[in-house]
Design a protein around this ligand. Structure first.
Ligand SMILES: [Zn+2]
Length: 254
């Protein structure tokens, strides 16, 4: 984990036939045995050749049968068309397919993956991909190293939804979490993030009740020491999250 991962991607191997090309925008692929699945498809089409080369180097002749998008924001879908043309891949996301509430399995002789809808936080389309036998979980943008993954809010309702979703994610007990952006995380980071939101909200409530002004309260809401190495947390994520929480508390929405 680092505060400033380079823009040049690092190729990480998480298991036999399971790779993450980790950068600011992450893309991953795994071999089901005979065919492969890609998770998320970056923001820039110019990366197509480099990605195809890395897939060929790691998986050989194995063809990409599916591209799963955790959601369809532009920084997750740019190579969809490329994968369709080059490999005839099926594009699977909440817009192209009906994802059953109990999920859709992708299975082969080597491994299995479950795509589960988890909408209503970052987007209504959010899906996660869980590889139970590998202990790996792709969260898309539901985990953002201290960024509050809510399009709307935070308010009492969205934070409750966030806590419900995180409880499910934590319950999967994955050893490795692959977020949409930045370094890999663990289930402990998911737990810490929920706790962080509660702590910040408590401090904001206490400050508002005591009649302190915003600057004083934001000083009380200093970034926790144990989160200081979270990716880009100290640079801007914490300040942004703290302000949003304080504003919601002031408006009695949280
Ligand atoms: Zn994203």
């Amino acid at each position: 984990m680092t505060d400033s991962p380079t823009d040049s991607p690092a190729l990480l191997q998480l298991a036999d036939g399971l790779f993450v090309r980790q950068a600011v925008d992450n893309i991953a692929w795994f071999d089901l045995g005979g065919s492969a699945v890609v998770v998320d498809a970056l923001e820039h089409r110019g990366e197509a050749d480099a990605v195809a080369e890395a897939i060929a180097e790691t998986l050989g002749e194995t063809t990409v049968a599916f591209v799963i998008n955790t959601h369809t924001h532009p920084d997750h879908v740019a190579l969809n068309r490329f994968f369709r043309k080059r490999y005839g891949a099926e594009i699977v996301n909440a817009r192209t397919a009906e994802i059953p509430t109990d999920g859709r399995w992708f299975e082969g002789p080597l491994r299995r993956a479950l795509m589960l809808p988890m909408g209503g936080l970052h987007t209504d389309e959010d899906c996660i991909i869980h590889l139970p036998d590998d202990g790996v979980l792709f969260t898309g943008d539901l985990f953002g190293w201290g960024m509050i993954p809510l399009i709307r809010g935070p308010d009492a309702e969205t934070v409750r939804r966030l806590e419900q979703v995180y409880e499910r994610l934590i319950g999967l007990a994955a050893e490795r979490i692959v977020p949409g952006h930045g370094p890999l995380a663990t289930t402990a980071h998911l737990r810490r993030f929920v706790e962080y939101l509660r702590q910040m909200s408590e401090i904001a409530h206490a400050g508002v009740s005591a009649g302190r002004d915003d600057n004083e309260i934001l000083t009380d809401m200093a970034p926790p020491e144990d989160m200081s190495d979270w990716w880009r947390f100290r640079q801007w994520k914490h300040a942004d999250s703290a302000k949003k929480i304080l504003r919601a508390v002031r408006r009695r929405k949280l």
